[in-house]
Design a protein around this ligand. Structure first.
Ligand code: SAM
Length: 242
């Protein structure tokens, strides 16, 4: 299963190739744009997600689609012994590696080039998994989710964050306007990539939300699944257990 929306909509290229190209293009602007466009709420959302992993006391944690590594860094709050950040985009990883060094986290956190849909790890080896604003970009969502499940140890958790849509007035209307008109404008101006921040609202709109997403996770084989709307539903937090 994939949401057919890809960043540049070229005829002869894969979604995966275009996603990699887009994140390589915007890597230098990504952190600034992320914090600006969410008014810093992305930081709080990641912290909230990490707090849900605390009861599991994970030692080895994998942050899928780690990008510049903010989720991996947030995981330090629960004292894992090793964090592995995996991403398709060398450009995002390069920014992330610099950040790890600056923050003295490069011994704890490895930033590795890889594909969530073909994880280079053995079955049942990971204590917890995080994915921040990543699963929507997978070319094959079910394959990515089942690869994550494969490497998780039985009973262990994954937390997933995704942008979502509020459903109540007036937040719904305000958010729709902001996301449809302001986000692409600011994104284009700061990142210089015309398509990237048009892809963002389009791909969020096409992506399964709430119960629909949980149903896909159940189909893939996760035993416990839970949906927690954050900030009035602007962000969705999913907790899955293998
Ligand atoms: C919006 S960024 C999120 C970065 C980070 N997780 C965060 O919380 O800010 C999405 C990331 O997903 C990565 N990505 C998309 N598909 C992927 C795949 N199949 N395997 C690994 N990374 C992928 C992109 O390269 C990009 O860095």
């Amino acid at each position: 299963m994939s949401t057919n929306i890809s960043p540049y909509n070229r005829e002869n290229s894969s979604k995966k190739g275009e996603v990699k190209e887009m994140f390589d293009n915007i890597a230098g602007a990504y952190d600034t744009l992320n914090h600006t466009l969410t008014f810093g709420m992305d930081i709080w959302w990641r912290r909230r997600a990490i707090s849900m992993l605390r009861p599991y006391e994970p030692k080895v944690l994998v942050d899928m689609a780690t990008g510049t590594g903010d989720f991996a860094l947030a995981a330090r709050r629960i004292n894992p012994e090793k964090v592995i950040g995996i991403d398709l985009s060398p450009g995002m990883l390069e920014i992330g590696r610099k950040k790890m060094k600056e923050k003295g986290a490069d011994q704890l956190i490895d930033m590795v080039l890889g594909d969530s849909e073909a994880i280079q790890m053995d079955d049942n080896t990971v204590d917890a998994m995080t994915v921040g604003f990543g699963v929507r970009n997978f070319e094959n969502l079910k394959l990515g989710l089942s690869e994550m499940r494969r490497v998780l140890k039985p009973g262990k958790p994954a937390v997933i964050l995704e942008p979502s849509f509020p459903t109540t007035f007036p937040l719904k209307q305000l958010f729709q306007f902001y996301f449809r008109f302001i986000t692409p404008l600011v994104g284009r101006f700061v990142s210089g990539d015309d398509a990237a921040y048009t892809y963002l609202p389009e791909s969020v709109k096409a992506f399964p939300h709430g119960e629909e997403f949980l149903e896909i996770c159940r189909e893939v084989g996760y035993k416990k699944v839970k949906y927690v709307p954050l900030t009035g539903g602007i962000c969705a937090l999913y907790l899955l257990e293998k």
